[in-house]
Design a protein around this ligand. Structure first.
Ligand SMILES: Cc1cc2nc3c(=O)[nH]c(=O)nc-3n(C[C@H](O)[C@H](O)[C@H](O)COP(=O)(O)O)c2cc1C
Length: 239
């Protein structure tokens, strides 16, 4: 491998938001998981677990996540009393981490910018609430990917467990790309625990930190979108 072949691989991976239904062969999935174990880990503890869903399980998960999403639409639209109604009916998002918490101000601008650019790319105007809901519902369906993955981290080794999980997940994504398999991290799936728990039995001390999708990109225009890739910032030295 040359430095430029690594750079090409790293640059080729991007978030894919529309997948073909074609399954990922088991042997390809196995090879990608094998590569994922090459990631470094805090004291070699590997304080994370993966869960993978395909076929009917993936379809049930898509439906369950869309149900949760649709239940929260009123709250997402900031309708009066919507949050209270969710609380009263026991339908508040029950994720292990606060996915909906406001971002720090200095970072929020970047999140807004990529969201704005993505909606514009797919032709959804600023005021088009139904259009946005449709895009976000598709997110809850893992964009139609044949493989839906989940990353769980040991609550007793945070934040290092999250760090390790990220190192592992990017290794997995790069390996997938090298095998011709596209991916998208799906933080939105960590908003709720219920759909995951209906399908998997995770140890009690493991929190669901993100989902992800694996599969083959369709030629839908959304997959031509490229997010800005800002340089890694360096902390200035003292003079
Ligand atoms: C932990 C994590 C969760 C993410 N969750 C989502 C998601 O739910 N939906 C989505 O469309 N993109 C999601 N993304 C993708 C980011 O928006 C994307 O990585 C970023 O805009 C940079 O684009 P690129 O990956 O194409 O380079 C997530 C990324 C990460 C790292």
């Amino acid at each position: 491998m040359t430095p430029s072949s690594f750079s090409d691989l790293a640059a080729a991976r991007h978030a894919v938001r529309d997948f073909l239904p074609d399954p990922v062969p088991d042997e390809v999935l196995a090879a990608v998981l094998d590569d994922a174990r090459t990631a470094p880990s805090w004291s070699n503890t590997r304080p994370f677990m993966l869960a993978l869903a395909t076929g009917e399980r993936a379809e049930r998960l898509r439906a369950a996540y869309v149900r949760e999403f649709d239940r929260t639409l009123g709250a997402q639209h900031r309708e009066r009393g919507a949050l209270a109604r969710l609380a009263l009916t026991g339908n508040l998002p029950d994720g292990d981490y606060k996915v909906w918490a406001p971002y720090p101000e200095d970072l929020r601008v970047h999140s807004f910018a990529v969201g704005r650019a993505l909606y514009r790319h797919v032709g959804v105007d600023r005021g088009d609430r139904a259009g946005r809901d449709k895009v976000n519902r598709r997110n809850c369906e893992a964009f139609g990917a044949p493989v839906i993955g989940f990353v769980l981290v040991h609550a007793g080794l945070m934040p290092f467990a999250a760090l390790d999980a990220g190192l592992m997940l990017q290794t997995l994504f790069l390996s997938a790309k090298a095998h011709g398999v596209d991916s998208c991290p799906l933080g939105v799936l960590a908003t709720w625990r219920r759909p995951f728990d209906a399908e998997f039995e995770a140890p009690a001390d493991y929190g669901l930190i993100t989902g992800f999708a694996l599969g083959y990109a369709s030629d839908a225009p959304v997959n031509d979108f490229r997010a800005e890739r800002r340089a890694v910032r360096l902390v200035p030295t003292r003079s």
